[in-house]
Ligand binder design. Structure first.
Ligand code: UD1
Length: 386
């Protein structure tokens, strides 16, 4: 069996790693295509190295561009690879532009598509990722769901239940695999915050960083927070450029860092008092680790992290963020939330579906017996305001 995985942007790589390990274990010929959407070493190579992902078999080198340019470039460069290799299945991951481009190319060549992290919905059509999710899911033959609410979203869009497999969360597979190494790396000591309460920040969404007024408001909140507690902010290249445009004074307490590799980031987050972010993955990682998280967005496609985890939505307003941060930092809980099938075995289930034709439905089944938890409706959480 030949399976082709298409990845391109940072959050794809931790989803690919456990799937690659499981497929290779079963003797699958697993071909990895990197689209080149992310190309800085700190955004790409470091993740391949630390997660032990083999070097990509193909690197399409598409780089940055408008959404149409980037998506089209991936499609144009990927099509000949798929024609040449004729894979039995193309696997796509998450919700980035490379994901939707790969699904479109495969579907038009009548190659079966599998979507890892299917069914998440923010219902916010201003986010390019929402468009990517809906289109990719519609084109996919195998939909690998991280949580039960994903099935409700897909059902509402008329996707047949027999395409859905509730496998759990592959991000958490990587986290479980890497956590011992991450703790050994002891990034808090290197950043001189070991044993102290500190805050880790990531912000890169266009809605938060592209509007100078919003970015200014966010930086003001973080600078105020840094008067009381160390605030470490590894900065995405997009955000770095926007902060540069603002020409702010550089002597603030807020610590702006280069993007961190997976192990350093996990090491910092695992011991943080609070995370402030607009990333999808960090909402999940903090929930698994039991670290309070503030997501600076009006909505989330991962509501389970709010209803069952430690995530709270907050508006991009200085006072709202400061008030929520105070509450988050005060919330020390030794108990980690347990979320169904976020157990480090999602990639194994994916491989069992792909290689052995097993089913992981939402009711009784082999996986349902791994963890018993009653089905609960997941409401869409509302952001905190000041
Ligand atoms: C992309 C994903 C987003 C994901 C994020 C993780 C889409 C629509 N968005 O957003 O869902 O959360 O990745 O980081 O696919 N840049 C560099 N070096 C790089 C990559 C990007 O300097 O290696 C800069 C370029 O100026 C580029 C900008 O960042 O134009 C944005 O990159 P792009 O891949 O278009 O989107 P992200 O904001 O990274």
């Amino acid at each position: 069996m030949r399976i082709l995985s298409v990845v391109g942007a940072r959050p794809n790589f931790m989803k690919l790693a456990p799937v690659d390990r499981e497929l290779v274990k079963r003797g699958v010929e697993h071909v990895i295509v990197h689209t080149g959407q992310h190309y800085d070493p700190g955004m790409s190579d470091a993740f391949f190295e630390q997660l032990w992902i083999p070097a990509p078999d193909y690197d399409l080198g598409v780089g940055s561009g408008s959404h149409a340019q980037q998506t089209a470039a991936v499609m144009q460069r990927l099509e000949p690879v798929m024609v040449e290799l004729h894979p039995d299945l193309v696997l796509t991951y998450g919700d980035v532009n490379s994901t939707v481009a790969a699904a479109l190319v495969a579907a038009k060549l009548q190659v079966r598509v599998g979507h890892v992290e299917a069914g998440l919905r923010s219902r916010d059509w201003t986010m390019p990722e929402e468009i990517n999710r809906v289109v990719t899911d519609r084109l996919s033959d195998l939909l690998f769901l991280p949580s039960r609410d994903a099935a409700e979203n897909l059902e509402a869009e008329g996707i047949p239940a027999d395409r859905m497999h509730f496998v759990g969360n592959v991000m958490i597979d990587s986290l479980c695999w890497a956590l011992p190494q991450a703790l050994a790396v002891d990034a808090p000591a290197r950043f001189d915050v070991r044993g102290r309460s500190y805050v880790v920040v990531t912000l890169h969404r266009p809605a938060n960083v592209d509007d100078p007024a919003v970015l200014r408001e966010l930086l003001e909140a973080l600078t105020r927070l840094a008067d009381h507690v160390p605030v470490l902010f590894p900065v995405h290249p997009r955000t770095r450029a926007r902060i540069g445009d603002l020409r702010l004074p550089t002597d603030q307490g807020l610590r702006l860092l280069e993007p961190l590799g997976y192990l350093d980031m996990l090491s910092l987050v695992a011991k943080a008092g609070l995370v402030v972010t607009d990333s999808g993955g960090l909402q999940e990682e903090t929930s698994f680790l039991g670290v309070p998280c503030l997501t600076v967005r009006p909505n989330t496609e991962r509501p389970i992290t709010c209803t069952h985890g430690t995530n709270r939505l907050v508006q991009a307003q200085r006072d709202a963020i400061l008030a929520a941060a105070e509450r988050g930092l005060a919330r020390h809980s030794p108990a980690r939330p347990v979320i169904e099938r976020w157990d480090g075995k999602a990639a194994e289930r994916i491989a069992r579906v792909v290689c052995d034709g097993e089913r992981f439905g939402l009711d009784a089944g082999p996986a349902a017996q791994l963890q018993r938890e009653p089905r609960r409706a997941v409401a869409i959480p509302q952001p905190l305001a000041s």
